[in-house]
Design a protein around this ligand. Structure first.
Ligand SMILES: *Cc1c(COP(=O)(O)O)cnc(C)c1O
Length: 385
């Protein structure tokens, strides 16, 4: 007898569903927001200090300085670490554009580096080949929720006398080799854009650091370059984490570990089922950090061995009510706005190939086994396996 499971084929699978984590916290979030309104300390209020301390502690780091967004966290964070115009900063070509923007806003020169094809992270062997006298820092981007190997980074930074500045915008509380994201660099940037592993209800960001001077510099830079009111010792800016956003983050932070574990659990289930499609050319981005991977995104590669290409698979999944994404479809060095950096097609073959092959599947805390099965079955039938 042929069984047709109508429920699973008709159940849409969203790419993310934040209501699952927000609904149970609604009363607590509303109370936290009301407390800020009652107190009236909207700018750098109590909630911000509480969050800065709490988040830094969660990362195993001494200081946290809240800023307006992740992009500013990179730009101001680099400046606070002493990066200046003329300095070269190593950046993976395979990242979200904000990494590049952060470096440029700090006045430094981004030097792009290709990625390794299996994990999609910066390739340190390639990075070694573009180090010059002017190179001052490397920005490992812990892409998709997986850290760049701390041991390899330490060795690389030591060999070339470089600062490590982490872009941890996709890796809140990720771990690898017993290190936590945000704890291995001189400083690290995080974003609280709503769909990140820890997100607020608008824009927000933070820089964490072990270094007191870096933290002090940042507090000054984010607040008009003023260490005290109306004394401007730096050419700073206005980039602060709002008290209202911090209040929301304070409610959400204690749950972050649970949510991350659930993402990892969802990924394990994807991994287990997709193993069957490996020979058919569907290959997930490799996880070399076990349960330390916090899966901001679950990304597969639709390789040359596959019967159909990435875009065809994407269309077929969309038809089945499964929302998918591409992170990212156009590499940084091929973006129209950055042609002045002088890169061209062919410069970063692994990054360029990934941009054609990668597909991000639905991933958030609370994806059900039924939904995972639906995604698997849809991929299987789309590629004719
Ligand atoms: C989201 C993100 C950023 C920027 O964060 P915003 O808060 O959106 O400015 C930077 N780097 C990476 C890798 C990101 O994913």
């Amino acid at each position: 007898m042929l069984m047709v499971d109508m429920t699973s084929t008709l159940t849409p699978v969203p790419f993310v569903d934040l209501s699952l984590i927000h609904d149970p916290l609604k009363p607590e979030i509303q109370a936290a927001l009301q407390a800020v309104i009652d107190k009236g300390d909207f700018i750098l209020g109590h909630a911000v200090t509480e969050f800065e301390i709490g988040f830094a502690k969660a990362c195993g780091v001494r200081y946290g300085v809240g800023v307006a967004c992740g992009t500013d966290a990179i730009a101001l964070g680099l400046q606070a670490c002493g990066i200046q115009p003329g300095d070269e900063v190593l950046v993976p070509a395979n990242t979200f554009i904000a990494t590049l923007i952060g470096v440029l806003h700090a006045g430094a020169t981004p030097v792009l580096v290709d990625c390794d094809p299996c994990m999609a992270l910066i390739d340190l062997n390639q990075a070694a080949q573009v180090v010059t006298q002017k190179t001052k820092a490397i920005i490992p981007v812990h892409l998709y929720g997986q850290m760049v190997s701390p041991h390899q980074l330490f060795a690389f930074a030591k060999a070339h006398n470089l600062i490590i500045f982490e872009d941890a915008a996709q890796a809140h509380l990720a771990e690898r080799e017993s290190y936590c994201a945000g704890s291995i660099g001189l400083a690290a940037a995080f974003s609280f854009y709503p769909s990140k592993n820890l997100g607020c209800f608008g824009d927000g960001g933070i820089v964490v650091t072990q270094n007191e001077t870096v933290a002090q510099n940042l507090r000054c830079l984010r607040n008009y370059g003023a260490p005290q009111k109306y004394l401007h010792t730096e050419q700073g800016t206005n980039s602060r984490l709002d008290s209202l956003q911090a209040a929301i983050l304070n409610v959400k932070l204690p749950h972050l570990n649970t949510w991350n574990r659930d993402r990892n659990f969802v990924a394990e289930k994807y991994d287990a089922s997709l193993l069957l499609l490996r020979e058919k050319g569907i290959i997930p981005i490799e996880n070399q950090s076990a349960d330390g991977h916090v899966y901001h995104l679950y990304v597969i590669r639709v390789t040359e061995e596959c019967a159909i290409d990435r875009d065809t698979l994407k269309d077929k999944l969309t038809e089945q009510g499964i929302q998918v994404g591409i992170h990212y479809p156009i590499p940084c060095h091929l973006q129209p706005a950055y042609q002045n950096l002088g890169y061209k097609e062919g410069n970063f073959p692994q990054t360029e190939k990934l941009s054609q092959q990668i597909l991000s599947l639905p991933m958030y805390p609370g994806v059900t086994t039924n939904q995972i099965n639906h995604v698997f079955t849809a991929i299987q039938s789309a590629i004719g396996a």
